[in-house]
Design a protein. Sequence first.
Length: 219
Amino acid sequence: MNKFAYFVYILNFILWKIGYKISIIYNKIKFSILLGEKCGKNFEVAGTLNLYFGSRKSVLSIGDDFHSLNGNFYNPLTRNSQGAIMVEENGKIIIGNCVGMSSIMMRSHKSIIIGNYVNIGADCMILDTDCHSLNYLDRRTRGELDSANVISSEIIIEDDVFIGARTIIMKGVRIGARSIIGAGSVITKDIPSDSIAAGNPCRVIKKVVDGENYLEFQQ
Ligand SMILES: CC(C)(COP(=O)(O)OP(=O)(O)OC[C@H]1O[C@@H](n2cnc3c(N)ncnc32)[C@H](O)[C@@H]1OP(=O)(O)O)[C@@H](O)C(=O)NCCC(=O)NCCS
């Protein structure tokens, strides 16, 4: 790269970084207004994380030290995908402290609970609902019956879980503490604590670490 090309590269980087910082300030203001006291301290969201609330009853609560990168190559793995959090009329999403996620698509009809120190990889989907009725006559109505008869079930992601990129978490699933989910998994059943699980459907492939290694790391 010649000197001029390098200058252009650096200039481009600086502009990108300025955009990053501006989006963090903008999102901090936006989320503080929308969520009030339910928006934790050290909130850091870059890019576009869209919000949808079905009604004033919809609950979204985000703990301290939340970190989320959404589009604009802020997390290179998600390139330019924006994030979206949808909380339907009776839906509830509770996010603990020190949680990170990039370009998430999360939709709650019932309840999604995320613990503390959870890392959710690029481009994941978390859906506690089928979104449509399983009865074709209900779906034909494209309205009330379709949404009234939709099946939904709570999702719980316990503390210290690490979810690989492009994972899809389906309704009714509980992921036990410290478990790791392989990239591109589709989780349809509970995953016990301290497991490494992967695939479609997601199955446990081994345990996280043996006790000795864990103790060494702690020291
Ligand atoms: C799940 C993961 C942690 C396992 O890593 P590992 O402990 O080194 O495991 P290995 O590579 O030894 O694989 C063990 C087995 O699981 C399988 N496996 C690993 N990852 C898998 C995946 N994502 N989907 C399906 N199977 C997978 C391997 O094929 C192997 O199968 P085998 O025993 O039949 O040969 C890793 O593969 C992974 O997916 N990491 C997530 C990366 C990521 O998305 N980061 C987030 C970026 S934002």
